[in-house]
Ligand binder design. Structure first.
Ligand code: CTP
Length: 233
């Protein structure tokens, strides 16, 4: 039997009356969580992303009638939509490429590593009598940047260490996305790992500030802007 949370979402969707909305029947690919880049058989380079923001967006677009594929680094087994588990940036890139074949919208909420070890050491690196250890890192693929194509509505995130909205504006232009969601990870009580967030959604024509609130309320605002964007395009 499906878990109660999945049933609850499915029932809410059935009664939501959004079957004719702009997201109804559209395939939305959402990524969530932080990638892990393997150093050796036991160690990895990771980050503190909880995956909650991506999961909230996936739930919200599902409620609006979308066909959802969640590409996640964390387990998400109590959801009424498809989940592809991945570990590294390379895994995530491959899964996103596969899922995008028939997709209409991509939401890159995941915290993807920018660098990975050039090669995974076999076995476990021994301390031995070393004083220091230097890792040789190479850049990962920029998943969001490589997915630009006509007909695909793309949403990026920019988690910045400070109120640097200008960085997010630059990222929106550099990655050519339709929407960019900015948040300041140093702001009190929000962002990485928290249940709340405070975001600014940068669209083609305006910047919408959503003051500190639950991640599900942020997801409502993001989904509203995705729908508005889909209607314009
Ligand atoms: N992103 C991605 N692939 C990567 C790195 C980031 O798809 N290898 C996506 C993230 O999911 C996010 C957006 O790009 O939606 C911005 O990520 P961020 O880490 O803020 O930006 P970077 O491009 O890594 O730039 P910088 O590290 O210089 O801030």
């Amino acid at each position: 039997m499906a878990p109660p949370e999945a049933i609850r979402l499915a029932v809410r969707r059935a009664f939501a009356g959004t079957a004719a909305g702009p997201l109804a029947g559209k395939k939305v690919v959402v990524t969530s969580g932080g990638t892990r880049e393997r150093i050796d058989a036991v160690r990895f380079i990771g980050n503190r992303s909880s995956g909650k923001m991506g999961r909230a967006v996936a739930d919200e677009v599902y409620l609006r009638g979308a066909r959802v594929a969640l590409v996640a680094t964390q387990p998400a087994d109590r959801v009424p939509y498809g989940v592809v588990r991945v570990e590294s940036a390379d895994d995530m890139a491959a899964a996103v490429r596969e899922q995008l074949r028939d997709a209409d919208v991509l939401v890159m909420a995941a915290a993807v590593a920018d660098f990975k070890p050039r090669a995974e050491e076999s076995g476990k690196i021994q301390r031995g009598d070393r004083e220091t250890l230097t890792l040789d890192l190479v850049g990962t693929v920029d998943i969001l940047a490589e997915t630009a194509r006509p007909g695909l509505f793309r949403v990026g995130f920019a988690a910045e260490a400070g109120p640097q909205l200008w960085r997010a504006r630059e990222k929106k232009a550099a990655k050519g996305v339709d929407l960019l969601v900015f948040n300041d990870i140093l702001a009190e009580g929000v962002g990485i790992g928290a249940d709340e967030n405070a975001i600014t959604i940068i669209t083609a024509s305006e910047e919408i500030h959503v003051p500190r609130t639950s991640k599900s309320a942020c997801a409502v605002a993001i989904a509203d802007q995705i729908e508005a964007g889909l209607q314009r395009s």
